[in-house]
Design a protein. Structure first.
Length: 317
C-alpha cells in the first residue's frame, strides 16, 4: 500500500511542472493579444473589480473546505471515534452521487456566464430548469436505491458499519434536496455574487457547528447527519434567495413535478419490490438498480422527456 502511494505521489511534481508550463504559455499568449497600453484609471478599476470578486471567492472556497472536513472532526470529538467512522462512511457513499452535479455545472457554465453578461435571464432560467430536471433524473435513482438498501451499502465496508444505515438515509434526503435545487451555486458565482456566496457559506458553517454541538452529543452519528441535513437546507435556501433577488432567477418546482414522481415511481417501486422479494442483499440492490434505471429510461423515452431535456441542454437559445 505504501509503495503504491509513493509511486502515485512520485509523478505529482512532473504533473505540476507540466501544468505550470502550460499556464505560462497560455498567459503569454493572452498578454500578447491584450492592448499594449491601458489607461491608469482603467487598470486600477480592473484590479479593483478583479479582487472584489476573487478575494471573497477564495475565502468562500476555504469555508467550503472547512465544511467538507470539520463535521467528521466534530463527530469524533463530541461522540467518539466509532460515531465518526459511521458518519464518514455514510458521507462518502452519498456524495458519490454529486459527481453528476460537477459534470453538469462544467457543461452549462459557459452559456450561463454569457447569457448573464448579456442579460438573457429567460434563457438562463430555461437552461437552469432543464439542468435541474437532468440532475433529478440522474441523482435521485441512486439515492432511492441507497436509502432502500442502506444496510447493504454500508455493509460493504464491514459488519461493524451496519449502524450507519439510518445516517445514510438522512443524508440521502439532504442530497435529494440539493439536487432538486439545481446549479444555483454556479449561477450565483457566474453572476458575480462571490461576496454573497461567502456570507452564505459562513452561515452554513455556523449552522454546522451549532447543530452538531446541539445534536451530536445526544444522538451520535445520526445527530451529526441531521445537522448536516440542516446545513444543506440553510445553504440551499440562502443561495436560492440570493439568486432570485440578485438576478431574477427563481427556483422552479417544474423540474421536480415533471421528473420527481417518474423517478420515484420507476426506481422507488423497483427498489422496494427487490427488497421484498430478495431481501436486503447485494443481489437485491443490483436488481433494483438495473430494473429501476431500465424502467426509468423507457418511461423517459416513451414520454419524450429525455429528448426534451437533452435538446434544451444542447441548444437552448
Amino acid at each position: 500500500m505504501a509503495g503504491a502511494i509513493t509511486g502515485w505521489a512520485a509523478g505529482l511534481p512532473l504533473v505540476a511542472l507540466l501544468a505550470a508550463v502550460l499556464f505560462a504559455a497560455t498567459l503569454r499568449r493572452v498578454l500578447r493579444a491584450a492592448p499594449a497600453r491601458r489607461p491608469a484609471t482603467g487598470r486600477a478599476a480592473l484590479w479593483r473589480e478583479f479582487w472584489a470578486f476573487s478575494l471573497p471567492r477564495a475565502a468562500a472556497a476555504l469555508v467550503e473546505i472547512v465544511l467538507e472536513w470539520l463535521d467528521v472532526l466534530l463527530v469524533a470529538v463530541l461522540a467518539g471515534e466509532r460515531a465518526a467512522g459511521l458518519y464518514a462512511v455514510a458521507t462518502r457513499l452519498v456524495k458519490v452521487s454529486l459527481l453528476v452535479d460537477n459534470a453538469l455545472r462544467v457543461s452549462i457554465s459557459t452559456r450561463i456566464s454569457a447569457w448573464l453578461a448579456t442579460g438573457r435571464i429567460e434563457a438562463v432560467q430555461r437552461l437552469y430548469e432543464a439542468a435541474t430536471a437532468a440532475m433529478i433524473a440522474l441523482v435521485w435513482p441512486a439515492l432511492l436505491v441507497l436509502a432502500v438498501f442502506a444496510e447493504v451499502a454500508v455493509g460493504l465496508f464491514g459488519a461493524d458499519f451496519a449502524a450507519a444505515a439510518p445516517v445514510l438515509r438522512v443524508m440521502c434526503l439532504g442530497v435529494a434536496a440539493f439536487a432538486a435545487a439545481g446549479s444555483l451555486q454556479s449561477i450565483l458565482l457566474l453572476g458575480g455574487g462571490s461576496a454573497r456566496q461567502l456570507l452564505n457559506k459562513s452561515a452554513a458553517l455556523a449552522t454546522c457547528v451549532g447543530a452538531n454541538l446541539l445534536l451530536t452529543p445526544h444522538w451520535g452519528a445520526l445527530g451529526a447527519a441531521l445537522a448536516w441535513l440542516l446545513t444543506v437546507l440553510v445553504d440551499t435556501v440562502l443561495v436560492a434567495w440570493a439568486v432570485r433577488r440578485r438576478m431574477g432567477i427563481a427556483v422552479s418546482l417544474r423540474p421536480v413535478v415533471a421528473m420527481g414522481p417518474l423517478v420515484i415511481g420507476c426506481v422507488g417501486t423497483a427498489a422496494l419490490a427487490a427488497r421484498w422479494l430478495l431481501g436486503p442483499t447485494l443481489g437485491g440492490l443490483t436488481v433494483a438498480l438495473v430494473v429501476g434505471l431500465g424502467s426509468l429510461l423507457l418511461a423517459l423515452r416513451g414520454g419524450d422527456r429525455l429528448e426534451l431535456i437533452t435538446r434544451r441542454l444542447r441548444d437552448t437559445t
